[in-house]
Ligand binder design. Structure first.
Ligand SMILES: [Zn+2]
Ligand SMILES: [Zn+2]
Length: 333
């Protein structure tokens, strides 16, 4: 029995503040896209993991963040300071509240504090400052962060995630056949428009730090721009086609089809229509089959419960041993 997971990189202006030329239209549309996404999820009863940039949970800031180790390098140069009322591109408590007040039970996860990329060159101090801030701000808002989505999908410093008691993260999409090809672009078009191969279903794994890796399968905005406009009128929306193949594959297997997107990817009614068609299909398949929709935290809990306890742990912890008796299969309910 497979499942669909949807994770959302929720960041407003923070997703672009280090770029020389931030995409103004996407930033301006980010709040609208956030609400559109939330509405469509509500319409089709699809819960999601909203990985939120921690700064969005602040009421206000001074724009300098002098006690953050990245501040000295000018990392917060574009942060205007102030509050939600003054500049709503950098704050999002109202948006997070909308997610928490929704009828669907969504998960609030973490997308770092200020969109620092966790690559090997990033100082450990900076990584710790990012996580420490997220965890303490979340606590103030009565949130417990379980899932992490790495900025720009650069997976690194996983030891720190474990230290700050995260349970899982979104790993990178497995490569597709055309990725290594000289004809990558052509291969992608062929695959999205006419191919019968679904996006990769993923299997969550527990890493060496005890974190559950829930890799991505498909970005819901992975076929955009001119190519989409050329293809769509005669072949239909290529991402809807891919997504349906993935949903069908998950419905007839034990794997996970893990979709992801940014609210700021949604910039037009056409984009909303795409989501509507995909989520309606998830909802329909869920009624006809055993397909489930899970959050990343649901997956982590299920996988951790299925993991057999190591003998050393059992000897150390009698309580755990009692709860893991073979007569009570964990994680099946
Ligand atoms: Zn700030
Ligand atoms: Zn991001």
């Amino acid at each position: 029995m497979g499942s669909v997971v949807l994770s959302v990189d929720a960041e407003l202006a923070w997703g672009f503040h280090d770029l020389t030329d931030p995409p103004g239209r996407r930033i301006r549309n980010a709040r609208w896209g956030w609400h559109q996404l939330l509405d469509v999820l509500e319409d089709y009863d699809v819960p999601a993991t909203w990985a939120v940039v921690g700064h969005l949970l602040l009421e206000s800031c001074d724009g300098r963040h002098a006690d953050h180790p990245a501040a000295a390098d000018g990392w917060f140069e574009r942060d205007p300071g102030g509050s939600l009322e003054r500049d709503d591109r950098w704050y999002g408590l109202d948006l997070v509240a909308a997610v928490r007040n929704a009828r669907m039970e969504h998960e609030i996860g973490c997308h770092s504090f200020s969109h620092v990329v966790f690559d090997p060159e990033t100082d450990r101090d900076v990584v710790h400052a990012e996580l420490e801030r997220c965890v303490s701000i979340a606590e103030r808002h009565d949130l417990s962060l379980e899932s992490f989505v790495f900025p720009r999908n650069v997976v690194g410093h996983r030891d720190a995630l474990a230290e700050y008691e995260f349970d899982c993260y979104r790993g990178v999409e497995p490569p597709r056949w055309y990725d290594d090809s000289r004809f990558r672009r052509l291969g992608k078009v062929a695959s999205f428009v006419a191919g019968r191969t679904p996006p990769p279903l993923v299997v969550p794994e527990i890493d060496e730090y005890g974190l559950v890796n829930v890799p991505a399968s498909l970005s819901l905005f992975s076929f955009e721009g001119a190519a989409r406009s050329v293809v769509e009128p005669f072949a239909g929306d290529p991402v809807v086609r891919q997504a349906k193949l993935g949903i069908d594959a998950a419905a007839s297997s034990d794997g996970i089809c893990h979709f992801w997107l940014h609210p700021n990817d949604i910039t037009s009614k056409r984009d909303v229509r795409r989501l509507r068609r995909i989520f309606a299909y998830i909802d329909a398949r869920r009624r006809e089959t055993e397909l489930r929709v899970e959050t990343m935290a649901d997956v982590a809990r299920r996988v951790s419960a299925d993991e057999p306890t190591r003998p050393a742990e059992m000897a150390d912890d009698e309580t755990a041993a009692v709860h893991r008796s073979p007569s009570s299969p964990a994680g099946r309910h």
